[in-house]
Design a protein around this ligand. Structure first.
Ligand SMILES: [Zn+2]
Length: 710
């Protein structure tokens, strides 16, 4: 069902674009390959225009640091247009020339992430209104109304000027649209837009809307569209169907704003690729919750994201955090099934954690190479140079206030640059996978709304990450996919805690298993439909057919509650959730050990037509996932692309082209780790041939190449 070449992207550059992306109406065969790995990051010369000496020094340091690509103008609107209709591009002309003169490239930003004060003053409609219906003052960033006609018009105008001015500049590499889109506006214009969105969605039929929102509950049936008000802490926040529709609307409205931004860019620069930088929620490193990126991804040429894992923290191990980084990368790579860009990262520390710790020696190269290993074609930073004032003056940067080329961070960055220069073969290569882990933004929104289960223990993204980790630990490539993807080609599909699932998706699961796929589903899955309305009459009949069971009740545990599950002879600790299962035609693989459901089924398997379906009823300690998936890995003959013997905390990730496998062997532990190669490979950095035993130092990464017989 899977052929190795299916998911390779070719690295040939098309006639359309240096990046080879057929645009704008491309459908498949994306190529994100530039001719070089991008290394550089956010460059804010607009903060230093009265210091030509520093701008000149930047060019010298950029060359020294082996950097080549810079995101420029992200927050430069007040410099580009200090007064309405008064434009200053001469400084940007000079920056383009400077970067071009050192062989660098510009990722040109549209400035809509923060607007100038004159605009807020003259056109107050651009100001955001928060959920409590309080109009915000000018200030901060990301604080505008996405529906405002004025803001849309002003943004398109400045974007058009940028495209006219720099669209044909040889240094222009790609467009960076706005910055970290997020947030929502509840102004009256947005309320009207929400009502229009609902009218279309519900065919102008209020009864359909009331049915979908379970209107009669607390007398919430509405009789006119004007009665719709977005969710608010001073109004309604418990109509779950509306909450879900509001979040969908926010995603759609943000995409609509983005689409409006790029009109002049598509028109004037059809061969320049377009991206916007996605985010993660930072402390736990889970997907950003505010927007459904599975929808947004379709509108971008290249996915890029800002990765800020809190290395060396005191709540998780380095290896555990590394597996979360792996998950995030594989999710964002899988959104378009092509290489992505690391748009922002820090060379040292950030400025928003409770404790902003410096990367220990070795971690910068290791963490940068991990991004490449999972599919990035860049290592880009926020920020090139530390600002002198305001909130980001102590955020990590390539160049510190000391302007030194001798400090540790600058040297670490230089080392990454030198390493990237040796990885040109990796550019454009992908990571074919036979295993897919399923993630769904809408289901996450809905389960977080659900008043029930454990308030602090829903942890949907974290749960998905734990299932992913069982494969990361064994070096088996995984795609993290969404319902927007075709999953028919995978051998194994893992669907943890999919609380919200439509009948359409259920029927796709059914088809997948019927055709020979193996599916794993867990507790708290398949409870509500796409309107967040529960399924009636028990679990959906198609799910019952696939799994041969009926989950009948879910018990929620206190942290102090003790229970366990015995699975294939070993007993594992149970936490948080236990679903009681009524077995029809399934085989019982594990049983609960305690409480009123002791000795009843906890884990089941079921042959359904040509495939197999497993159901895991309880949230179990990680050792269970390891044992459970090891059996499946053996049964389905899932293998690492390249086998390296190693201990816990070492990760081996591979990018593949038809000609070569590029293998990244990474030690995410604080100890030396012995590893054993079973095949001769060539170290890409030193050029030496390697075979047999080797020791990885703490945080060491080795990158090797295995040439394939074509
Ligand atoms: Zn608004």
């Amino acid at each position: 069902m899977f052929t190795k070449n299916d998911k390779f992207v070719t690295s040939h550059l098309s006639q359309h674009s240096e990046w080879g992306i057929p645009m704008p109406n491309h459908k498949k065969n994306y190529v994100t390959a530039a001719k070089f790995m991008l290394h550089g990051g956010d460059y804010n010369p607009d903060q230093w225009l009265d210091r030509p000496d520093i701008l000149e020094e930047d060019m010298k340091l950029m060359k020294l640091a082996h950097t080549n690509a810079f995101s420029v103008g992200i927050f430069a609107w007040s410099t580009l247009e200090p007064e309405e209709g008064v434009y200053h591009f001469e400084w940007l002309d000079k920056i383009f020339e400077n970067i071009h003169s050192i062989g660098g490239r510009v990722i040109l930003a549209t400035p809509s992430g923060a607007r100038p004060a004159w605009m807020s003053k003259k056109y107050p409609e651009v100001l955001r209104v928060n959920a409590a219906r309080v109009k915000q003052l000018h200030g901060g960033r990301h604080n505008h109304c996405f529906t405002s006609e004025v803001y849309r018009e002003k943004t398109q105008k400045i974007n058009r000027l940028l495209a006219e001015k720099y669209g044909n500049h040889p240094a222009l590499l790609m467009w960076h649209i706005s910055n970290e889109y997020g947030g929502e506006c509840h102004c009256e214009t947005c309320q009207e837009a929400f009502r229009e969105y609902l009218k279309i969605k519900y065919n102008h039929d209020l009864k359909t809307l009331n049915d979908s929102w379970w209107g009669p509950f607390w007398s919430h049936t509405i009789s006119e569209w004007s009665q719709v008000e977005s969710p608010s802490p001073i109004g309604e926040s418990m109509v779950h169907g509306m909450n879900l529709d509001w979040r969908r609307f926010v995603t759609d409205q943000t995409i609509s704003f983005y689409e409006h931004e790029i009109v002049p860019l598509r028109e004037l620069t059809p061969t320049i690729p377009i991206t916007t930088n996605f985010m993660a929620d930072t402390r736990e490193l889970i997907p950003f919750q505010g927007l459904d990126y599975s929808k947004f991804a379709k509108h971008l040429d290249v996915i890029s994201w800002d990765a800020y894992p809190a290395w060396h923290n005191d709540w998780t191990t380095t290896a555990d955090l590394a597996s979360k980084v792996g998950f995030m990368n594989d999710l964002y790579r899988s959104l378009k099934q092509q290489p992505f860009l690391l748009m922002e990262s820090t060379p040292s520390c950030v400025n928003w954690h409770d404790v902003n710790k410096s990367k220990r020696p070795g971690m910068h190269l290791l963490s940068s190479m991990q991004m490449i290993a999972h599919g990035s074609d860049s290592v880009l930073y926020f920020q090139w140079r530390k600002s002198r004032g305001s909130s980001e003056k102590f955020h990590g940067a390539v160049v510190d206030h000391d302007n030194s080329r001798e400090n540790r961070v600058f040297k670490d960055v230089t080392q990454v640059g030198q390493t990237l220069e040796k990885l040109s073969g990796v550019i454009g290569t992908n990571r074919p996978a036979e295993v897919a882990v399923f993630y769904d933004w809408e289901s996450n929104w809905a389960i977080n709304d659900a008043q029930g289960f454990g308030v602090r223990t829903k942890l949907y993204p974290e749960t998905v990450q734990k299932h992913y980790k069982a494969f990361w630990e064994r070096d088996i490539p995984v795609d993290v996919i969404t319902k927007e993807h075709d999953f028919s080609s995978y051998k194994l599909l893992i669907v943890p805690m999919l609380y919200l699932v439509s009948e359409k998706t259920i029927s796709r699961f059914k088809e997948f298993v019927a055709n020979g796929g193996t599916i794993v589903m867990t507790y708290i899955s398949g409870l509500v439909n796409e309107h967040d309305l529960t399924y009636l009459g028990g679990w959906h009949k198609d799910l019952q057919e696939i799994f041969g069971i009926k989950p009948v009740e879910t018990d929620t545990l206190y942290p102090s509650d003790q229970n366990s599950v015995t699975f294939r002879g070993t007993t594992y600790q149970l936490n948080d959730y236990a679903t009681i299962i009524e077995v029809a035609t399934a085989t019982v693989e594990g049983i609960y050990e305690d409480d009123f459901y002791a000795q009843t089924p906890a884990v089941t398997s079921h042959q359904y037509q040509a495939g197999k379906a497993y159901y895991i009823g309880g949230r179990l300690e990680h050792a269970f996932q390891q044992a459970f998936y090891q059996d499946l890995i053996d049964e389905l003959s899932l293998k690492p692309v390249f086998h390296v013997k190693h201990g816990e905390g070492v990760s081996v990730q591979v990018r593949q082209s038809p000609e070569s496998d590029y293998i990244f062997i990474m030690n995410f532990t604080e100890e030396k780790q012995p590893i054993v190669f079973e095949t001769i490979v060539r170290d890409l950095i030193t050029g030496e041939a390697m075979e047999g035993e080797l020791t990885l130092e703490k945080y060491e990464v080795r990158i090797v190449e295995k040439t394939n017989e074509v």
